[in-house]
Design a protein around this ligand. Structure first.
Ligand SMILES: Cc1ncc(COP(=O)(O)O)c(C=O)c1O
Length: 417
């Protein structure tokens, strides 16, 4: 979406709403295509499992699937969402991760023909119960094993330790109904080094369990997406790797290993990006409720809030731009010496979202646009003090409401009286 279109869309949305999320589906689609293209130029078999937890708005997930992504899900609710969003012919394109998988959801994924990455033995016990209780002897389960690695003295609470894998592999190979396909690893680190570590660790496991053929290697998510300079400065990061930088290292290491290893067919490499695909495809737009000064500081009070747009980071000030409703678009960027803190609508002292410079006339009406708010925002937002804002999508210049704001009464009625 061009710069001006988000401004026009924001004005339209804010004519009826105090604030809203706007999802730029064209940008999201562009990010998916860029990631596929970067990895496909270094490795032949690439699949992307879009991480539902990051932003499971149906418009986002359907767009991911329309662009060839699988659903990476981690709960019964997300399995249900995936079965709604995936086209009928692609219901098998589910990767089921996570530490709490219900019996019902495991059964649904097995029946759909998806992949289950087991995190602990209880996953396997539940799968066995499902297969034992099923009359269809042809029903099989595609199994991956999530591996547990300590990275730079950071322990992980997920997956199987290397020393426990042998036992798991032996019990899996005892039945032809378990189709063991390979391994999964995810770490909450975004550096190239952390991905090098993932690949090297996977290779060490493949070397140790050479007799097991694999067709699937899943290296999880956690890639950086594109971050504007202002956000990099705020986050105190010098620069971030591009998709291509990641692809070169990851695919280079894998290709080198498989060229000299026993396996002649390269396994499919699965990636599970969330934030890197959706973060910069979502904007938060909000009217400025009032401009005021207190204790020697200028404030612009907005209808945004930290718990809506950046619930996982309580400290950083987000880049944002203030526009006027009343002036023409060419005049709307202000320059000046005054600093204004943009605050949320909540009563939390620390609910300060952004800082802008300029002169703003308290008699005029303004609005703000906050970019890069697509990840862990909509899915973690709550009706704290005000109902969650509406969600809009924009695609090909066409604006459409994805979810309307609930009324106080509708929220009230979700409780039993
Ligand atoms: C297993 C797994 N895959 C993928 C992701 C997505 O990570 P990100 O949104 O950082 O790309 C996560 C996030 O926690 C995860 O736990």
């Amino acid at each position: 979406m061009k710069g001006n279109s988000i401004i026009t869309a924001a004005k339209e949305v804010l004519s009826l709403n105090n604030s809203a999320f706007i999802i730029d589906l064209d940008k999201f689609e562009h990010n998916i295509k860029s990631m596929f293209s970067a990895f496909n130029s270094h490795y032949p078999n690439i699949e992307i499992g879009y991480s539902y937890k990051t932003n499971y708005a149906p418009s986002v997930c359907s767009c991911a699937h329309a662009n060839g992504c699988w659903a990476e899900v981690v709960s019964e609710m997300e399995v249900d969402f995936a079965l709604h969003n995936l086209p009928e012919s692609d219901l098998n394109k589910i990767i089921y991760n996570g530490p709490v998988k219900s019996f019902k959801s495991i059964k649904s994924v097995i029946e759909a023909g998806g992949i289950i990455n087991i995190d602990h033995i209880k996953d396997l016990t539940e799968i066995k119960k499902i297969l034992d209780g099923c009359n269809d002897q042809k029903l099989i389960v595609n199994l991956g094993i999530r591996l547990n690695f300590e990275y730079q003295e950071n322990l992980s609470r997920f997956g199987f330790s290397i020393d426990d894998i042998e036992e798991v592999l032996n019990s899996i190979s005892s039945s032809s109904r378990y189709n063991f396909i390979g391994f999964h690893v995810h770490l909450p680190f975004r550096s190239i080094e952390s991905f090098e570590f993932r690949i090297e660790s996977l290779i060490s496991v493949l070397e140790r369990f050479k007799s097991f053929q694999i067709s699937y290697l899943n290296i999880g998510g956690g890639f950086f997406g594109q971050l504007p300079d202002e956000l990099l400065q705020t986050m105190k990061i010098d620069g971030v790797p591009s998709y291509s930088d990641y692809a070169k290292i990851i695919c280079g290491l894998l290709t080198k290993y498989f060229q000299k290893s026993r396996q002649n067919k390269l396994p499919t490499l699965f990636l599970e990006p969330g934030s890197s695909l959706i973060a910069d495809a979502v904007f938060f737009v909000s009217k400025i409720h009032t401009i005021k000064s207190s204790g020697g500081r200028n404030y612009m009070v907005s209808y945004a809030a930290r718990h809506l747009i950046t619930p996982t980071n309580k400290n950083i000030l987000l880049p944002s731009t203030v526009y006027s409703f009343s002036e023409s678009e060419k005049d709307i960027v202000y320059h000046g010496d005054d600093t204004y803190h943009i605050t949320g609508y909540t009563c939390i002292e620390s609910d300060i979202i952004s800082k802008v410079s300029g002169y703003f006339n308290p008699d005029l009406s303004y609005f703000i646009i906050i970019p890069n708010v697509g990840s862990y925002s909509i899915v973690m937002a709550s009706d704290f003090i005000l109902p969650q804002p509406s969600i809009f999508q924009i695609k090909g210049g066409v604006l459409k409401e994805n979810r309307r704001i609930l009324t106080s009464e509708e929220i009230y009625k979700t409780f039993n009286s």
